[in-house]
Design a protein around this ligand. Structure first.
Ligand code: ADP
Ligand code: MG
Length: 692
């Protein structure tokens, strides 16, 4: 039997391979580029490229590609073979440093929000040496950033890399306020918990809505949903188990530490969590994980659904983004320490995060906004659309004591003065797990729980990094040069808690009382994507992004336009698909069933000479008429709005189209319950959810 250790990372051009295959000085220079971002000259790149090619070819690769993450939220690749003609009948395999460093895909058809007119189709992909190259589908994949001719970011990786640099700079200023511990670099770390559904592929293929939109646009609830709460952590069927084993192997070969897998709350729902790593690598790995889940599912006769809400009435899928800050010598800055200085440092970082989350609620909400996620947030299965933070009882008690300048008594009955920065070491054990909080402290990291399952984690992370970097920079401005650091620091923390404690909420986020309370506290409640997007390019946020060099104004405007465009286009596809399904499949079947019943009644009438219409026929007739009218209305309304302004389109879809879609669906779902199962044109929820 093959051992995991034999093939873990076998398809990754990692440190070990580099050390084996690169001359010592080349390896050293490459490492300096990877760790400190120093420039790499072409001679070095040539050596690296050649070694990469030899390694890849030995493992069966024939092509290479610059692998990037355009603003579509998924990955893109354009394959080139290594082949070059040597003479008329021979080839040599070549891969140069230039080809490694820079690519020029024809980029005109990726969304750019107006950043690059199509006649200037040129976009560049630039090697990101901080994320390892890997082999996938016989192709050497080079992780790259994607930008336009003038250097504008056209992807999701560039801002993430920029934000990591910025938070490093600002966090180091804070670190330097304290006694030297040999820290030279701070990285953000991310661990993603990915939820998904599996359905049988043959059934999936019979549902145009699943194929075209990723979710069921119609479907009556089965008689058993998730009320028994017996699916969570339940036994995994042999077929799913074989699938998971295969997924693990594929991920391990790519050096992804897939670690936990279990069933989720809903039937047919599962979760996969890897071990955390540096943010940009975590983002790359999560993209790969989503891709591999789908590919391997296909091999096992499943379809893997990554949509946030594939089934109405059944829990949707999210992606928890566990986030922390780690130093180059392995210190987790969100680990509450045992000594006063470390506690003070921890409390300072914590305060920066609290302030950032409060001041930039709108921005954090936009970072997870999508048409799909609108079905989850606030639907009693996922955090509400209101951002708040959970800190746990202990930490909140400590902050309250600091705020009031009083003495903190912890659950272990030690009482201590906070002024000296002493923090008892009990936080981790007593941190209560609050599943309803959008942004929860879980002992030594924050868990951002609002992300939808299909989202690229890049956007929420570059936003989080930038926001925290901003607060750290303001703190550093205030504390650098302080004559009485301890006193000033304490005052700063106290002030921050006083001004921003409204964002802290340890209770149940699913209740209506919380929404009322949140309103009183002045917290934002932005239920839909269309409501949230206006918070993206407020003057305050433009100032934030430009100050730290994450985006210039044009780049921001482009992203804003793309958010609106993607939102309305998704809804448009859904609405068009509904219209077709109703007109071509559902109505004809309903009419023919009605026809059958009428014939039956006519037969019975001759026998029984009754003149009444059967109530079932009446019901069918009423519903089918309403359905026809609603479908007609949807079709007409889809033609009625045509604007070049993406915001106008988004608002029209939210206010006008979505309500008609909901009405249409309710008629179809009522009909599904009375039309014979074998006549219904699609597999129903029972078939889809209970056949694994
Ligand atoms: P849960 O109970 O929510 O499933 P786990 O303890 O299993 O939480 O961890 C969830 C994720 O958090 C994992 O992917 C794990 O690697 C990640 N994680 C743990 N520590 C950190 C950290 N310091 N930074 C980022 N992610 C982390
Ligand atoms: Mg979690």
């Amino acid at each position: 039997m093959k051992q995991i250790s034999d093939y873990f990372g076998a398809y990754v051009f990692n440190d070990e391979v580099m050390q084996q295959r690169l001359p010592k000085d080349v390896y050293r220079k490459l490492k300096a580029t990877m760790d400190q971002g120093s420039a790499l000259d072409l001679c070095i790149a040539n050596v690296v490229a050649n070694a990469m090619k030899d390694w890849a070819v030995e493992l069966g690769a024939t092509h290479y590609t610059h692998w990037f993450q355009p603003m579509t939220g998924i990955t893109a690749e354009k394959h080139e073979s290594f082949i070059n003609p040597k003479d008329r009948s021979h080839v040599i395999l070549e891969f140069s440093g230039k080809e490694l460093i820079k690519g020029e895909p024809d980029a005109s058809s990726f969304p750019n929000g107006g950043l690059r007119a199509t006649f200037e189709a040129r976009g560049y992909t630039m090697w990101d040496p901080t994320s390892y190259a890997f082999i996938k589908d016989h192709t050497l994949c080079i992780p790259t950033a994607f930008c336009s001719y003038d250097g504008s970011a056209l992807d999701k990786k560039t801002p993430l890399l920029r934000s990591m640099e910025v938070i490093n700079t600002q966090a180091m200023r804070i670190i330097h306020l304290f006694p030297d511990e040999g820290i030279t670099h701070v990285s953000t770390t991310v661990g993603t918990e990915q939820e998904y559904f599996l359905v049988d592929k043959k059934l999936y293929e019979q549902r145009p809505d699943l194929i075209l939109t990723g979710r069921t646009l119609f479907g009556a609830m089965p008689t058993r949903g998730q009320e028994m709460e017996d699916h969570y952590f339940g036994m995994i069927s042999p077929r799913v188990s074989a699938f998971m084993k295969d997924v693990d192997e594929e991920l391990w070969k790519l050096g992804i530490f897939a670690k936990t897998e279990h069933k989720e709350v809903a039937p047919a729902q599962f979760e996969l969590a890897p071990v955390f790593t540096t943010s940009n690598i975590a983002a790359d790995q999560n993209q790969l994980t989503m891709e591999i889940l789908q590919k391997v599912a296909d091999r096992h006769g499943f379809a893997c659904l990554l949509h946030e809400k594939p089934f109405e009435g059944i829990n949707g899928s999210g992606k928890h983004n566990n986030w922390s800050l780690t130093t180059d010598n392995g210190i987790n800055l969100l680990e509450p320490g045992k000594t006063p200085e470390k506690n003070a440092r921890f409390l300072l970082f914590l305060s920066a995060i609290i302030k950032g989350v409060d001041e930039y609620q709108g921005l954090l909400r936009v970072s997870v906004a999508s048409a799909g996620n609108d079905h989850r947030l606030g639907a009693n299965e996922a955090p509400p659309a209101v951002i708040s933070m959970f800190l746990g009882e202990d930490l909140e008690a400590i902050l309250t004591a600091i705020e009031q300048g009083s003495t903190y008594e912890n659950t272990h009955e030690q009482s201590m003065t906070i002024g000296g920065g002493v923090l008892p070491d009990v936080l981790k054990d007593t941190t209560d797990r609050n599943r309803t909080s959008p942004f929860a402290f879980t002992g030594n990291k924050f868990e951002f729980r609002m992300l939808g399952s299909s989202l690229s984690v890049s956007c929420p992370n570059y936003i989080l990094n930038t926001v925290v970097a901003e607060e750290l920079s303001l703190f550093a401005d205030e504390l650098e040069g302080s004559k009485e650091l301890e006193k000033d620091l304490y005052a700063l923390i106290q002030k921050t808690i006083r001004e921003h404690k409204r964002i802290i909420f340890n209770g149940n986020g699913y209740t209506n009382e919380w929404l009322e309370e949140a309103k009183r506290r002045g917290l934002l409640n932005l239920p839909t994507t269309a409501d949230a997007i206006p918070y993206y390019i407020t003057a305050n946020n433009i100032a934030l992004f430009t100050k730290h060099g994450i985006f210039n104004e044009a780049e921001l405007m482009a992203r804003d336009a793309i958010l609106y465009e993607t939102y309305y286009k998704k809804l448009n596809i859904e609405a068009q698909t509904m219209v077709r399904m109703v007109a071509q499949d559902i109505l004809p079947i309903v009419y023919s069933y009605e026809e059958q019943l009428l014939q039956l009644q006519a037969m019975k009438q001759t026998m029984l000479a009754k003149s009444e219409v059967h109530p079932l026929i009446k019901k069918l007739d009423q519903l089918s008429t309403k359905l026809y009218q609603a479908n007609d209305s949807l079709q007409q309304h889809l033609h009625q709005c045509d604007s070049d302004d993406m915001k106008v389109m988004a608002m029209y879809f939210k206010d006008t189209i979505l309500p008609i879609m909901d009405t249409l669906r309710s008629y179809v779902d009522q009909l599904e319950e009375i039309v014979p199962k074998n006549a219904w044109p699609y597999p129903d929820y029972f078939d889809l959810l209970y056949h694994l």
